[in-house]
Ligand binder design. Structure first.
Ligand SMILES: *Cc1c(COP(=O)(O)O)cnc(C)c1O
Length: 374
């Protein structure tokens, strides 16, 4: 069965006559649970909830492939999911390799809370994580590809194979691609982690994340971390997420086609200095991305000549909503350097292609680029 069909079918509740196609959210703290609690499927909602189960089964299936079955645990945000992997795996003295150019909050979390507890940080750029000295003695390798916001690409299969010869665990932050666009576990990663606040749910109105793994022991550690730290998702959000995932195949196909067209359009414009998108043949990671991704993703970055040009573009573009984050139905962009988190030029814009008609987007961007100037 094709992936889109599987995803859409997985969001339906069991076919019970007289019951809705999508069972409603289950609002509970305790559940009725007499006697021996191990005989009751649901006891207390910090540990489990039937609405979570439906969402986790849908995500677990998306993360699975021929030859293995993955299981997922959902969290109250992408960062709660990232923290679960770090917290469940790392102990004092352990070395973790994090990308120097990836999502800043993971590095900040490590520096603020894991380094003071005795974990050791080693960073390397996404493009150069395969150097032998990078992986030596590491407990955990964290990969983010395409990286955010630079759009660099790492070879997940090659890095996972290299890491496993050292006994290093591999986690991939798969937020940008979603499991429909790239399946890290099939490429050899031990954990697939994501913020599902982005393209996975895609309506810019939910905050959640997940961790998936094929290893039952690692799953038990992630599950225990969630129950004991309590970074859980409300049932209403879980229900909305399940509904949103049903349209992921439609949204991802359209937004990624739009991202490709926008990247090609920008690459030919005199106002644009550089375009970063793995779908472009000129991108240094294109061949690897083409091998390991089903879609190149909805996110691209580009640079205009300076801060003023970027600000003019963002103000003049009427169909580009100025906002952080990405993966939503509507096209958004921001001048990324305004946060001060990443080493990028002042005129650097990160854009997330939405699902609008491409003619409208390109016409709007053309007029905004003319105002920004070459
Ligand atoms: C947004 C994001 C996160 C954090 O997710 P939240 O849902 O905002 O907590 C982690 N990794 C990447 C790559 C992200 O883009």
């Amino acid at each position: 069965m094709q992936e889109a069909t599987r995803i859409i079918r997985s969001t339906l509740s069991a076919a019970t006559p007289g019951q809705p196609l999508h069972a409603g959210p289950v609002f509970a703290a305790p559940f009725h649970a007499p006697g021996d609690p191990s005989e009751t499927e649901y006891t207390y909602a910090r540990s489990h909830n039937p609405t979570w189960t439906e969402l986790e089964e849908a995500i677990g299936q998306m993360e699975s492939a021929a030859g293995y079955e993955a299981h997922a645990r959902i969290f109250g945000s992408g960062m709660a999911a990232c923290a679960a992997v770090l917290g469940a795996v790392l102990r004092p003295g352990d070395i973790a390799v994090l990308p120097s150019d990836a999502y800043f909050a993971v590095r900040s979390l490590f520096a603020a809370h894991f380094e003071p507890m005795g974990c050791i940080l080693r960073t390397a750029p996404t493009r150069a994580m395969d150097a032998p000295e990078v992986l030596a003695g590491a407990r955990l390798l964290w990969i983010e590809t395409p990286s955010n916001p630079g759009m660099d690409v790492a070879d997940i299969a090659a890095l996972a194979a290299l890491a496993h010869t050292n006994g290093t665990l591999v986690a991939v932050d798969n937020t940008t691609a979603t499991p429909l666009g790239q399946r890290p576990l099939a490429l050899g990663a031990d954990f697939s982690v994501a913020s599902d606040s982005k393209a996975m749910t895609g309506h810019s109105d939910l905050l959640l994340g997940h961790v998936a793994t094929r290893d039952p022991e690692l799953l038990a550690k992630i599950d225990s971390w969630r129950t004991l730290t309590g970074g859980v998702l409300g049932p209403m959000e879980a229900w909305l997420a399940l509904r949103s995932i049903g349209t992921l195949p439609l949204r991802l196909a359209k937004s990624c086609a739009n991202a490709q067209a926008i990247a090609e359009f920008l690459a030919a414009r005199p106002e644009v200095r550089e375009v970063f998108y793995p779908g472009l043949r000129t991108h240094p990671g294109h061949a690897i991305a083409a091998r390991q991704m089903q879609y190149f993703g909805p996110v691209l970055s580009f640079t205009l000549k300076n801060k003023a040009a970027a600000e003019t573009f963002l103000t003049a573009a009427e169909l580009v909503t100025e906002a952080t984050s990405f993966g939503g139905l509507s096209t958004t962009a921001e001048r990324r350097a305004r946060w001060g988190h990443d080493l990028i030029p002042a005129g650097f814009i990160r854009m997330s292609a939405g699902c609008e008609e491409i003619e409208d987007l390109l016409a709007d961007m053309a007029q905004a680029l003319e105002k920004a100037g070459a």
